[in-house]
Design a protein around this ligand. Structure first.
Ligand code: CP
Length: 318
């Protein structure tokens, strides 16, 4: 396989350049059109085999990768912990090496352990794409969030985005911070001190402790899910209290000095970090994020496959 313009693997946005991020966002454009056609399929990755290894629950990312692969004509196999030999104690590397023995080309992996995709990428020849690892990164989510904002604004440079809520446990927050800052945006975080990482200001972000201040400052809010499954207790007094102090509500948005774009990576805790009339309201681009996820994942798959011009022609012309 030829050397890809974004490298062999996509493990995170921390180590991508602004030019590489720009390339992925630009490449997603033509792929968006594929999903609008009556026949949503191009032969771009015909003959390639991609394994989706999902060791943590997922709706959007898993299905979106599968649609992206199928729309590019790749052959796909889905492996989950349940029903696989992982349940019998097989290691991640043994699982991947056995899959490679069946001549696969790429692995898309979601794993509860931060660093699992990198660990795998160093040990197998196939391209590895991180579909979310522990609290580390979720690069394709960061990319689809940036594409959604770029669709609205034309450019991310100088724009103000606040990431709100459970930043401590959020791989989405980390990918957004790395990506947005590289693209010239100003980034802030807002949440209770217990849900912000200790050294968060060292990432070059503004820190707000009041949601009202964040809403006054921001042009876009990316509202994070409270990851209750990663909390051992003691982070917040109660869900009701969290909503009262940090919830993004219609009343709070109405006091904003400008129209604020509302984003959420999903799945949402309605009535906790975001109220339903905000999630479903006129400022929300939450379903646009989901639509853009397919195009971003098509772009990443295409670029990792080598980004060869004849593949791009196939995407445009078929
Ligand atoms: N945004 C996101 O990662 O959603 P899923 O957990 O449903 O994939």
């Amino acid at each position: 396989m030829s050397v890809a313009p974004i490298g062999k693997d996509l493990l995170g946005l921390e180590h991508l350049s602004a030019e590489q991020i720009q390339l992925i966002l630009d490449t997603a454009g033509p792929f968006k059109d594929v999903s609008l056609r009556a026949i949503k399929k191009v032969p771009t990755l015909r003959g390639m085999t991609i394994v989706n290894l999902f060791f943590e629950a997922s709706t959007r990312t898993r299905i979106s990768f599968e649609f992206a692969e199928k729309r590019l004509s790749a052959d796909t196999v889905n492996v989950a912990t349940s029903g696989s030999s992982v349940q019998k104690g097989e290691t991640l590397v043994d699982t991947a090496r056995n899959l490679e023995a069946m001549k696969i080309d790429m692995v898309v992996i979601r794993h509860g352990a931060s660093g699992a995709p990198k660990f795998l990428a160093e040990r197998i020849a196939s391209n590895v794409i991180n579909a979310g690892d522990g609290t580390h990164e979720h690069p394709t989510q960061g990319l689809l969030d940036m594409l959604t904002l770029r669709d609205r604004w034309g450019s991310l440079a100088g724009r103000r985005v606040c990431i709100c809520g459970d930043v401590l446990h959020s791989r989405v927050a980390r990918s957004n911070i790395w990506g947005l800052k590289k693209m010239g945006a100003e980034v802030a975080v807002c949440g209770p001190r217990s849900l912000l990482p200790n050294a968060i200001d060292q990432l070059g972000v503004h820190v707000f402790s009041r949601i009202e201040e964040a809403i006054e400052w921001a042009e876009a809010l990316n509202i994070l899910r409270l990851q209750l499954e990663r909390m051992q207790g003691g982070y917040i007094p109660s869900l009701r209290e969290y909503n009262r102090v940090f919830g993004v509500t219609r009343e709070r948005l109405e006091r904003a000095p400008r129209d604020v774009i509302v984003m959420h990576p999903g799945p949402m805790n309605r009535g906790v970090e975001i109220d339903s009339d905000v999630a479903d309201g006129p400022h929300s681009v939450i379903l646009d994020q989901v639509t853009n996820g397919v195009a971003i994942r098509m772009a990443v798959l295409y670029l990792l496959a080598g980004g060869r011009p004849e593949l791009a022609d196939a995407a445009k012309g078929s």
